[in-house]
Design a protein around this ligand. Structure first.
Ligand code: NAG
Length: 462
């Protein structure tokens, strides 16, 4: 016979069992949370992303997209995959703001990396080897620019866990775009021209920068526009032993001498410290093509009737493009010397003006509130900011600047050698973690920024 007392005792026992099991569940959830925010799990997620082989020309984009979407899910971010070109997914994530009418923040990064010569690396480029003595993480993409893509996500993880923040005022978007390393057409370019992009009402874009060997982070407000120049000389062919004027080789060499003098003068400005690398016109010879092939190499006793040379030229936005083109036509490939030239634009037609006809520069003075916010936010995260620079090569930022948007190039890597596209590309794990703090501070500042309030405030001051 079951007495009332026994029944009560049984009930009590059940209650105790139930409570203790739910308590242990809660405890394990807490430890999981702590675990996902620990430095070791942050590093392990970075390494996981680095281990996905997204090297051109055959990037494993779908694996990268799956990984990024799983990250987005763990952060409760909205996600969608856009394919402007089949097989080239662009992952777009959204963290909705409390005031969705305000222009949004776009955090852009590319998912592809350049190829590597595996045998010249100390550690395989897709192992993401973490050197225990130095903390360096070796991988293709560790600097360019999988670091940045993951740092955005980790910064959001921190902000979501921070009781003083939790939700942005402005909507924050993250785009993980394909094919930056081969010109960005199916990625950032088509994205920036898309209807989806229009609807996002983007107010400011963050994109990649470069590592800095010293204490100061580098920030970029513009980039040089690339120009490919191929010059071609023709002249009468002749015996290898004959001295005569106007051979194709002689005519080409005169041009090369002239181009070399120009290059040296530009380089001297950099060497003397009077100009930064991004502020001069760089000219580098990319190929030389001449000679009459023979089974063992080239015919030696013959002066050829044609010779060509190709140059990679990078022009800063403020340079005088017209005078450069005159120089090319009159000195580097003059028709009077029987020379012709083609101005093959690198990758695509790179205009120096945005769609409103303004130079493609992001203002870095008081007229652009984002610039001040960025510098302030980096300082608040104990980072130092160098003086604004022009990016020496090309990035996807140009597609956003083309739309008239402010775009800032920034990859938080101080005290780091510049190894993008080089063998043994690495990033130190502590530097990576510091970069997350910088982004946490920047995203917080950007996403909380209410133009109307600050306008009102400045009016009140007047
Ligand atoms: C250009 O080509 C013409 C025709 O072959 C030739 O007569 C002339 O000498 C050449 N001039 C130079 C500067 O090479």
């Amino acid at each position: 016979m079951i007495t009332l007392a026994r029944l009560l005792l049984l009930l009590l026992l059940f209650l105790v069992l139930f409570l203790s099991s739910s308590a242990s569940k809660a405890a394990s959830a807490v430890s999981q949370d702590e675990d996902s925010s620990s430095a070791s799990s942050i590093i392990s997620r970075f390494r996981q992303y680095l281990q996905i082989n997204t090297a051109q020309p055959k990037p494993n984009y779908h694996e990268a997209a799956d990984f990024l979407i799983s990250q987005a899910n763990s952060l409760s971010l909205e996600s969608q995959v856009l394919e402007f070109v089949q097989g080239k997914p662009l992952v777009l994530l959204k963290w909705p703001g409390k005031k969705p009418a305000l222009p949004s923040i776009l955090l852009n990064s590319h998912t592809d990396v350049v190829p590597s010569e595996h045998h010249k690396w100390a550690h395989p480029p897709f192992d993401a080897h973490l050197d225990s003595a130095t903390g360096n993480i070796y991988a293709r993409g560790s600097q360019d620019m999988k670091c940045v893509g993951m740092q955005y996500l980790e910064a959001i993880r921190k902000l979501k866990a921070s009781p003083s923040f939790r939700q942005p005022l402005r909507t924050v978007y993250l785009s993980f775009v394909p094919d930056e390393e081969i010109g960005g057409h199916p990625g950032a370019e088509m994205f920036a021209h898309s209807e989806v992009f229009q609807k996002m009402n983007v107010g400011v874009v963050l994109d990649e920068g470069l590592a800095s060997p010293d204490d100061f982070y580098r920030v970029f407000y513009a980039e040089r526009s690339p120009m490919w120049l191929v010059i071609k000389a023709t002249g009468p062919p002749g015996h290898g032993a004959k001295l005569y004027d106007n051979s194709a080789m002689e005519n080409l060499l005169k041009s090369i001498e002239s181009i070399r003098r120009f290059r040296a003068a530009q380089f001297d400005l950099v060497k003397s410290g009077s100009r930064a690398e991004g502020e001069v016109i760089s000219v580098n010879m990319a190929f030389l093509k001449a000679g009459t092939p023979s089974p063992t190499g080239f015919v030696m006793n013959l002066q050829p009737s044609e010779a060509q040379a190709g140059f990679d030229i990078r022009v800063p936005p403020a340079a005088d493009h017209l005078s450069l083109e005159i120089r090319i036509a009159e000195e580097w490939a003059p028709s009077s010397r029987n020379m012709t030239f083609e101005l093959g634009q690198f990758k695509q037609k790179a205009s120096v003006y945005d769609k409103f006809g303004k130079p493609m520069l992001t203002a870095h003075d008081g007229s652009n509130p984002w610039w001040g916010l960025l510098e302030e936010a980096i300082k608040n995260a104990n980072g130092k900011v160098g003086k604004p620079e022009i990016f020496p090569a090309s990035t996807d930022a140009r597609y956003f600047r083309e739309q008239g948007l402010p775009a800032i190039g920034f990859s938080p890597m101080a005290n780091t050698p510049i190894l993008l596209h080089d063998h043994n590309e690495f990033l130190n794990k502590d530097e990576y973690l510091k970069g997350i703090d910088a982004y946490e501070s920047i995203i917080k500042a950007f996403a909380s920024f209410d133009e109307r309030t600050s306008d009102d405030e400045s009016k009140a001051e007047l």
